[in-house]
Design a protein around this ligand. Structure first.
Ligand code: ADP
Ligand code: MG
Length: 587
C-alpha cells in the first residue's frame, strides 16, 4: 500500500488559501482584482467587522454566464489564460484560478452575477454549492461571510480591527492609484472611508486618496524607454515622509513591490531630501507583458522584470531632472498651502462648486453660524482661496429638506441620498477654519471689555511660566492682577460665533490640569472646543440656502466625513441600497 495520497479538493483548496488568503485584505484584493479584470468602471467595497463578518464587492463589469459562475469556484478555473503562451503574456491581474475556490474554502461565499442576458446566484457553503436564477443589472456582487470560520488558527492570528481595516484601505487605494479610470468606494462598517472619482486623472485620484495638500505638492512624471513607459506623479522636496510606504509602484495595473526599483527612487531623491526622509511617489509602469513574470509567488506581489536595471537607471536619471525643473520656479509665497500652478490646476478650478444661488456667496473666512451675525466685514485673509479642498462627492449634492431641525437631507445626484448632521458638519468646518487661523500672526486681540478671572489657589500654583506660554500660543495671554486674580490681555480674534468666556475657561482648565503639556494636543482640544461652541446647534431651522452653504463649506474641508470628535458628519444611502432595502433588486 502506498503512503502517498492525492489530497482531496477541499484540503487542497484550504492549503492554497493559506498562501493566497492571509487576511481580510487579501480577500478584498482578490475580489477587486477580479472586478478590474472584468472591465468594471465602478467598484464598491463594503467591509464589516474588519472583514471577519462580511466583505462585499460590487462591480459593474462584464458579469458571468450561469455556467461560468459555477465553474469559477473550481480550482484552476480561469477565463484569463488558456495556454502557456498566455502565461508569459499576462495582461490581467488574475490567471491562477485560485482566488474563488480558496476563499470559498475558508468562508461562505454568495456570488450574484449577470452578463446582461442572464443572472445567477451561486451560494457556496461548507463545500456545497447551490445556484438559482437571479435578477441583477450587468455586473457582479461577491459576498464573503464569516471569513476563516473553519480555520480558527487563522482567525486568531488576525490583528486588531484597526490594523486589518488599515490593510484593507491600503489595498484599495493602491489599486485605485493603479486604475484612476475606475471609481472606487470603500465603506467600513457603513462609514465611507475612501472614494475616488474614476475620471482617469491620476492627480485627482491622488487628491481623493491623500488630500489636497499632497496633490498640490506633486509633479507630473513621464518617461518612455525602449521597453517600458513610466507615468505618474512624484512629490516635490516639501512632501517628505518618515518611511518608504509612500513610494507606490504599479506594474501593468498591479501594485508591486520591487525593492531595487524602490531603492533607485530613493537614490534619485538623495540630493533633494534630508537624510532619513523619504519621498512620496506614485508611478505606474507599463511594460510589454512578455518581459514580466508575475508567476513567482501566489499573491503575485513579487515580480521579475528582465529590464529592471534599465528601469532603475531611467528613474535615477530622470527624477532629478523633474525636481530640478521645479526648483527653478521661484517660490512666490510664504503663505502656507500656496497653490502650485500646473496644467492640472485649471481642471480643479472647473471642479469647484458652482451653486446657482448668489445669495449663498459665502465668506469662507467666517465661522459658520447662522443668524448670529449679519455683518459682512471685509476680510483679506488668504484662507478664502486656499482651503479649496475638493471632495467630488459633493458635486451633485442637492439639499431638499431638514428633519428634526437637526439633519439635512440631500439628493446625491445618482438616485440616492445623504443625511448630514448639521451640527457635526459645522463643527468640522469651524474646526478647520480655526486651525488655520490659529497659526496666523494676527490671531489675537485685546478684549473690548476687560476680562478678569479668579483662579483657585491650587490653580494659581499650577499656572507655571510654561503653562502661561502655552496659553499664549492658544491665544490667551494672562497677566497677574494681584493674588489669584488674572487679567486677560489677549484673546483669539474670531469674535463671531464663539463664546469668549467659555473658551477662556475651558482652555485654561485644560492647560492647567494637563500633565503632558503637549502643545499640539492642547491646540487640537482648544480648537475643537471653539468649533463646537461656535457651531450651529441642532434644533435650528435652516433655509435651503443655509443648507447649501453648510454643504459647500463642508466640501472644502480636508475631512468632510467626520466631525473633530470623530463622529460621522454624513450617512449615505445609494440608489442601489435603497432598491435593496425596498427589495427592488430581486433580493
Ligand atoms: P482568476 O482571477 O485567477 O482567473 P479567480 O478564482 O479569481 O481566478 O476567478 C475565477 C474566474 O471567475 C475568473 O477567471 C473570471 O472568469 C470569473 N470572475 C471572478 N470574479 C469575477 C467578476 N467580478 N466579474 C466577472 N467575472 C469574474
Ligand atoms: Mg482572480
Amino acid at each position: 500500500m502506498s503512503n502517498i495520497k492525492i489530497l482531496d479538493i477541499e484540503l487542497a483548496n484550504q492549503i492554497a488559501a493559506g498562501e493566497v488568503i492571509e487576511r481580510p485584505a487579501s480577500v478584498v484584493k482578490e475580489l477587486v482584482e477580479n472586478s478590474i479584470d472584468a472591465h468594471s468602471t465602478s467598484i464598491d467595497v463594503f467591509v464589516y467587522e474588519a472583514g471577519r463578518k462580511q466583505i462585499r464587492v460590487e462591480d459593474n463589469g462584464d458579469g458571468m454566464s450561469k455556467e461560468d459562475a459555477s465553474l469559477a469556484f473550481f480550482r484552476h478555473a480561469t477565463s484569463k489564460i488558456k495556454n502557456k503562451f498566455d502565461l508569459f503574456h499576462i495582461s490581467s491581474l488574475g490567471f491562477r484560478g485560485e482566488a474563488l475556490p480558496s476563499i470559498s474554502s475558508v468562508a461562505e461565499v454568495i456570488l450574484s452575477t449577470s452578463n446582461g442576458k442572464e443572472g445567477v446566484q451561486v451560494v457556496v457553503k461548507n463545500n456545497n454549492s447551490t445556484s438559482k436564477p437571479y435578477q441583477l443589472r450587468k455586473g457582479t456582487i461577491v459576498e464573503v461571510n464569516n471569513l476563516f470560520f473553519n480555520t480558527p488558527a487563522r482567525l486568531k492570528y488576525l490583528k486588531s480591527d484597526y490594523t486589518e481595516n488599515a490593510n484593507i484601505i491600503e489595498t484599495i487605494y493602491k489599486l485605485a492609484l493603479a486604475h484612476p479610470d475606475i471609481a472606487f468606494t470603500l465603506f467600513i462598517d457603513d462609514k465611507l472611508r475612501l472614494k475616488t472619482s474614476g475620471r482617469g486623472d491620476l492627480k485627482e485620484t491622488i487628491m481623493n486618496v491623500f488630500g489636497m495638500n499632497t496633490a498640490k505638492n506633486v509633479l507630473p512624471f513621464h518617461y518612455e524607454g525602449d521597453d517600458f513607459i513610466v507615468d505618474g506623479f512624484i512629490g516635490n522636496a516639501e512632501l517628505t515622509k518618515s518611511n518608504r510606504y509612500s513610494i507606490i509602484t504599479n506594474l501593468n495595473g498591479r501594485n508591486v513591490y520591487m525593492p531595487k526599483v524602490q531603492n533607485a527612487i530613493i537614490e534619485a531623491y538623495a540630493d533633494f531630501l534630508p537624510p532619513t526622509r523619504y519621498p512620496f511617489v506614485v508611478l505606474n509602469f507599463t511594460i510589454e507583458p512578455a518581459l514580466v513574470d508575475f508567476n513567482v509567488h501566489p499573491t503575485k506581489k513579487e515580480v521579475r522584470f528582465s529590464k529592471e536595471q534599465d528601469l532603475r537607471l531611467a528613474l535615477i536619471n530622470e527624477i532629478p531632472k523633474v525636481l530640478l525643473r521645479q526648483n527653478l520656479t521661484p517660490s512666490v509665497s510664504i503663505k502656507p498651502n500656496y497653490e502650485v500652478q500646473d496644467e492640472h490646476e485649471t481642471k480643479y478650478e472647473q471642479m469647484r462648486f458652482s451653486f446657482k444661488d448668489s445669495a449663498s456667496e459665502e465668506n469662507n473666512d467666517k465661522p459658520l453660524t447662522f443668524r448670529m451675525s449679519s455683518s459682512d466685514e471685509q476680510n483679506t485673509s488668504v484662507l478664502q482661496q486656499e482651503t479649496m479642498q475638493k471632495h467630488t462627492i459633493f458635486e451633485n449634492i442637492r439639499p431638499v429638506a431638514q428633519i428634526n431641525l437637526t439633519y439635512i437631507i440631500c439628493e446625491d445626484g445618482e438616485g440616492g441620498f445623504y443625511i448630514i448632521d448639521q451640527h457635526a458638519a459645522m463643527e468640522r468646518v469651524n474646526y478647520e477654519l480655526f486651525q488655520e487661523k490659529m497659526g496666523l500672526p494676527n490671531f489675537t486681540r485685546t478684549p473690548l471689555i476687560p476680562i478678569i478671572i479668579e483662579l483657585t489657589p491650587k490653580e494659581s500654583l499650577l499656572l507655571t511660566n510654561e503653562r502661561l506660554d502655552i496659553l499664549k500660543k492658544l491665544g490667551i495671554s494672562l497677566e497677574n492682577f494681584g493674588g489669584n486674580t488674572y487679567r486677560v490681555n489677549e484673546i483669539p480674534t474670531f469674535e463671531q460665533g464663539y463664546d469668549e468666556n467659555i473658551y477662556i475657561q475651558n482652555v485654561i482648565h485644560q492647560v492647567l490640569y494637563d500633565d503632558k503639556l503637549d502643545l499640539n494636543e492642547l491646540r487640537k482640544d482648544a480648537i475643537a472646543t471653539m468649533a463646537c461652541k461656535a457651531s450651529l446647534k441642532a434644533n435650528q431651522a435652516l433655509s435651503i440656502d443655509d443648507m447649501y452653504q453648510i454643504i459647500r463649506r463642508l466640501s472644502k474641508t480636508t475631512n468632510p466625513y467626520n466631525c473633530p470628535h470623530g463622529r460621522p458628519t454624513m450617512i449615505h444611502y445609494t440608489k442601489y441600497e435603497l432598491e435593496k432595502l425596498f427589495k427592488r433588486t430581486g433580493v
